[in-house]
Design a protein around this ligand. Structure first.
Ligand SMILES: Nc1ncnc2c1ncn2[C@@H]1O[C@H](COP(=O)(O)OP(=O)(O)OP(=O)(O)O)[C@@H](O)[C@H]1O
Ligand SMILES: [Mg+2]
Length: 477
């Protein structure tokens, strides 16, 4: 129990305001470690006609950043317009949805469309005489220019500074439709329409999501969202615990941050389970230690999204236990893409840490054969080959779904194995992290308990994984 006892319902409700593993954050108050990105968005929006595109891995926090920033940038006279894309969304359906939301917002109720002098409403005048439906609007839009005209009307009825969040843009299956948005944005700029789009999408580049349209791409401020910094990870956990008057042991904070692999979803989930464990404990707790953490980790694993659990299950439910250890080895690094030799060195470490059971490591050849199997559909296709040299076909190994790596790390930790944390010199993070978020990476501030010093063979570029390498037979049990 907490130092100040709290009744179950009240505790659950309060916890829900502090931690939200299943929904994006809406307010900058709860958004950790994204100060630099917020600042970039705010500054870039001084230039009218500019739009924002936030892209990155699944679960890294794109919708949260978009929603929190949209709430900041949207003028106070209305709430921002929020549209989620689906596989069959089209430009037409999305624009109709935006117009529908705009018409239903509070401002429209106070605005007489017919008497607004500056603009003649061709599309939205429908709303003046009857209850307008999404379909009514949809059937009015025939061309790209119609869509632009609708948005012009939306801009004039919605608010001083209308913001539209177009979430999960990558889900649009029809790529031709997705690419039409590049033209739309270009047209909005040319016609000086006062509306700002915040796109979000899972992807590696803007071109991949929006197509290559040079003059439209210039109208975007692009934000590649990377994993959360160490500081931000433990701030989420500490803040939630402090709200109930308890501290979290520093080592436990380090483990939550390390095991999460930088994905806030895991930090929220583990911390939520941790605080429930404390609430249920009849003893008075002032500092949360390892025991509660281990229980919370298991609870978190149990309630993880089945979409993530399934591939893990497929990968490890093989004839030998080796698969699970090999899989853990693939997640034992700050780098997503790794060579087989680096992974094998992690594997040797894992075997050396084993306290009981078979401590004999499989050979390098058997190890690589399992890695290859982990790329196959029978094993959940958890791994992929990343080619870095097309000509030589030399490649490293990576995760098909980077978010899954966090789950693999949680599984390893629940089995008593602490995997490697991020190294202080992790280049991508340091380059992008704001100064306040970099503390965790400096050598002087390396969190205790994170294994930076493990012996590792680096730079073994002669360790190719051939794209078309034949599938090896499974190792003998
Ligand atoms: N900066 C942050 N600080 C604290 N919590 C965060 C932050 N960013 C995201 N979260 C939390 O992490 C979880 C995932 O965030 P979010 O849904 O925004 O990710 P996403 O990148 O949009 O995911 P997806 O690709 O699945 O749409 C949510 O529970 C959210 O509350
Ligand atoms: Mg999202």
């Amino acid at each position: 129990m907490f130092p100040t006892p709290i009744e179950r319902f009240e505790f659950g409700e309060r916890l829900n305001t502090l931690l939200s593993p299943a929904r994006p954050i809406q307010s900058i108050e709860y958004l950790q470690g994204r100060a630099r990105e917020l600042d970039k968005i705010e500054k870039s929006l001084f230039a009218r006609g500019r739009h924002i595109f936030i892209y990155g891995d699944r679960g890294v926090g794109k919708s949260s950043l978009a929603a929190a920033a949209a709430n900041q940038c949207q003028s106070a006279d209305s709430s921002y317009i929020d549209v989620s894309c689906g596989p069959d969304s089209t430009l037409k359906s999305i624009v109709a949805n935006i117009a529908y939301q705009a018409m239903n917002s509070s401002r429209i109720r106070k605005t007489k469309l017919t008497t607004n002098a500056a603009i003649e409403y061709r599309f939205l005048k429908l709303g003046g005489s009857k209850e307008v439906t999404h379909n009514d609007l949809y059937s009015e839009i025939h061309t790209l220019l119609d869509a632009v005209a609708v948005l012009q009307e939306v801009a004039s009825i919605h608010s001083e500074r209308p913001i539209v969040v177009l979430d999960e843009f990558d889900r649009l299956e029809n790529k031709a439709e997705a690419h039409l948005f590049a033209d739309l944005v270009k047209q909005l700029g040319d016609k000086k329409v006062n509306i700002t789009f915040f796109f979000t999408g899972v992807g590696k580049t803007l071109e991949e999501l929006l197509g290559a349209h040079p003059s439209a791409i210039r109208q975007f401020e692009t934000i590649e969202l990377l994993k959360l910094s160490w500081d931000a990870r433990w701030d989420i956990a500490k803040r939630a615990a402090n709200a109930f008057g308890v501290e979290i042991d520093e080592q436990v904070c380090v483990r939550i941050a390390a095991v999460s692999d930088g994905y806030p979803y895991y930090v929220h989930l583990i911390t939520e389970k941790l605080l429930w464990r404390v609430w249920e404990d009849p003893a008075l707790i002032t500092e949360i230690g390892r025991e509660h953490y281990q229980l919370a980790l298991r609870d978190a694993i149990e309630s993880i999204n089945p979409e993530l659990k399934r591939p893990y299950g497929m990968a490890v439910n093989q004839r030998t236990e080796d698969f699970e250890k090999v899989l853990w080895a693939t997640a034992d690094s700050d780098y997503l893409d790794r060579s087989l030799k680096q992974m094998y060195s992690s594997y040797e470490y894992i075997i050396s840490q084993q306290r009981s059971g078979n401590r004999v490591a499989i050979t390098y050849e058997a190890f690589t054969a399992i890695v290859r199997r982990l790329k196959s559909p029978n094993c959940g296709s958890v791994l992929i080959t990343t080619l870095y040299n097309q000509a030589s076909k030399k490649g490293w190994v990576s995760y098909r779904e980077p978010l899954l790596r966090g789950f693999v790390r949680m599984q390893a930790e629940a089995h008593g194995l602490e995997l490697l944390g991020e190294r202080p010199e992790a280049p991508r993070q340091v380059m992008h992290a704001p100064s306040s978020a970099m503390r965790g990476y400096r050598a002087s501030a390396v969190p205790k308990g994170v294994h930076f010093g493990r012996k590792r063979e680096i730079g073994d570029e002669d360790d190719p994984v051939l794209e078309n390498e034949p599938e090896a037979p499974p190792p003998k049990p």
